[in-house]
Design a protein around this ligand. Structure first.
Ligand SMILES: CC(C)(COP(=O)(O)OP(=O)(O)OC[C@H]1O[C@@H](n2cnc3c(N)ncnc32)[C@H](O)[C@@H]1OP(=O)(O)O)[C@@H](O)C(=O)NCCC(=O)NCCS
Length: 206
């Protein structure tokens, strides 16, 4: 199977390495700025060249805004959904098109993940969580049971969201934070318990 990866990034390398384990035997990168190789794989062109290639598409851009714009631009393509073989996927889990679950991650019973979201290395999403589109649960972050995340929300490395809470769309939760009460105002939150650092108009969701 052939996979076209848009974005010759560090995340792109990890996505390619995961795809290799998911039986994609031809992996090609596309990037608007970089040339040469990305890890073990060739960069064969820019986003404008994608139309000349068949195969499934994966968008490996960390910035949620850019990722969603690219998914919209290429909405006529089939997007690959990638699950590392070491991830644990419980019963009743639903994973949207274009999402990726990386090594050692756990999605427990009934977790719902939207489109083009990232469940990064050793992150966990517990039972009955609902994660929106273009979200990122970073390395080692944890969503306890029945947590809801709005679209474009990023949970930083090692952060925890306590059970039954909602975090609205367009939030950035800092590395190591503990979200201990619901978040309804888009923005960046840090600390234990997590407090507002800046509102979304000043936040770049990366
Ligand atoms: C929260 C975050 C987005 C803030 O980035 P920023 O907007 O550039 O903020 P700054 O670095 O200017 O920091 C602003 C203040 O917040 C503090 N701060 C930043 N991140 C923090 C964090 N995670 N926890 C506690 N305090 C934090 C800084 O120390 C600084 O405090 P000061 O004003 O008293 O000096 C960023 O620090 C972060 O945690 N990103 C997550 C990275 C990550 O998880 N990557 C995962 C890759 S898989």
């Amino acid at each position: 199977m052939k996979l076209l990866i848009l974005g010759a990034s560090g995340h792109g390398k990890v996505a390619a390495d995961t795809a290799r384990l998911c039986a994609y035997d031809e992996i090609l990168f596309f990037d608007d700025e970089k040339r040469g190789v990305c890890g073990d794989w060739p960069i064969v062109g820019t986003s404008d060249d994608l139309c000349r290639y068949d195969g499934e598409l994966f968008v490996a851009i960390g910035n949620a805004q850019i990722r969603s714009e690219l998914c919209r631009r290429f909405s006529d393509r089939k997007f690959a959904t990638l699950i590392h073989p070491s991830a644990v996927i419980g019963g009743g889990v639903a994973l949207g098109e274009g999402s990726i679950v990386l090594a050692g991650a756990v999605l427990n019973y009934g977790a719902q993940i939207g489109r083009s979201s990232i469940v990064n290395t050793c992150a966990s999403v517990d039972h009955d969580c609902v994660v929106g589109d273009f979200c990122h649960i970073a390395v080692g972050a944890h969503l306890c049971g029945t947590v809801t995340l709005g679209d474009h929300t990023w949970i930083g490395a090692g952060a925890t969201v306590v059970n039954n809470l909602s975090v609205c769309a367009n939030c950035m939760i800092g590395a190591g934070a503990v979200v201990a009460s619901p978040i309804a105002v888009p923005g960046t939150y840090v600390g234990v318990p997590a407090k507002l650092l800046k509102k979304a108009s000043e936040t770049q969701i990366g």
